[in-house]
Design a protein around this ligand. Structure first.
Ligand SMILES: [Zn+2]
Length: 321
């Protein structure tokens, strides 16, 4: 890949690590290519894809072992499907490297499963073939989240290869069902609270976006999802438009009106009381957002939308991540 390296690499230890990474870039990209080629789709419940997902977990475990980490591949049982069939759940990998009580311990979270992807969905290249276009690498999972998982592994491997003493102890938690809502992960995390996580000082969730193609970002808060279901029922047959039209609405019109009442034209949610539990943006945060280096025009064009519908501000909370 022809990405430019840093114009003036830092001196000392970091400089040596950066130079090692630059020298081994092709190798790192090749590993990413191998990871992207695995269709580790956790959404479609079909045996072939589940096998691919299990293969992906094995490959990730092997990569962690190559670092010299001890890897616990935690069996997560099986997934019961609505039709009564079951599929094996991919294991969650708990890996650790170093246990020096004098050093802080950093735990990296990542996932190696992906959403379904087909070229007919609008991909310009084959989703499972890592392809370089204009110095950027495209492939399913390249960003979300195989690339970032590998980036941490590569960083640690650089320290190891240079026989440099790591300044921190490192742990990894890598899962394979994130795209399917991480079933059972919370239970595992609670169970491991006093064991695997007891020595963890920092958690790094590298399952997020860069602020621009060349600029990584520190994410300190993310949005969640709340799912609701609304059902509008009518009588047991269609209304005759001539007899009832103008007096009674079909459920579709009622549904559209209901959904249209949820947000105003600026995207503000209109459900009464919903903001009562949302902490207001502080002046300090507002100040930080003013200085943030996010190019809205670049964001718009990379999102491939013609214009923003709402009054979009250059604030991260407006960026739906
Ligand atoms: Zn992700």
């Amino acid at each position: 890949m022809s990405a430019p390296s840093s114009p003036s690499p830092p001196a000392g230890l970091l400089g040596r690590v950066f130079r090692y990474i630059d020298r081994h870039q092709d190798e790192f990209v090749q590993t990413l290519r191998e990871w992207v080629a695995i269709e580790s789709d956790s959404i479609q419940p079909v045996p072939r894809l589940r096998q691919e997902l299990l293969r992906m977990m094995t490959l990730a475990a092997d990569q962690l072992r190559c670092l010299g980490a001890s890897v616990d591949s935690v069996d997560m049982g099986s997934q019961k499907l609505p039709d009564g069939d079951t599929l094996p759940m991919p294991p969650v990998l708990l890996a650790e490297l170093g246990s020096d009580p004098q050093k802080p311990t950093v735990c990296f979270y990542g996932h190696v499963d992906v959403q379904p992807a087909r070229q007919e969905d609008g991909w310009l290249t084959d989703p499972y073939t890592l392809t370089e276009v204009d110095g950027k690498l495209y492939g399913r999972g390249a960003t979300d989240n195989k690339g970032p998982v590998l980036a941490w592994i590569n960083a640690v491997s650089a320290f190891r290869a240079l026989q440099e003493d790591m300044p921190v102890n490192v742990k990894f938690i890598v899962e394979g069902m994130e795209e399917a809502g991480s079933p059972a992960l919370e239970e595992l995390v609670r169970r491991e609270k006093d064991r695997f996580f007891s020595s963890v000082d920092y958690i790094v969730i590298s399952d997020n976006l860069w602020i621009s193609p060349r600029k990584p970002a520190l994410i300190y808060g993310t949005r969640g999802n709340s799912y609701f279901t609304v059902e509008v029922k009518c009588r047991d047959q269609d209304f005759h438009s001539g007899t009832f039209g103008g007096i009674l609405n079909e459920p579709m019109a009622d549904l559209v009106a209901l959904l249209g009442s949820l947000v105003d034209a600026s995207g503000r949610i209109l459900v009464p009381g919903i903001y009562d539990h949302v902490a207001p943006v502080t002046d300090k945060e507002r100040e930080a957002y003013e200085a943030i280096d996010l190019d809205l025009e670049e964001y718009r064009s990379s999102s491939r939308v013609e214009k923003f519908l709402f009054d979009t501000k250059v604030w991260p909370q407006s960026v739906g991540i």
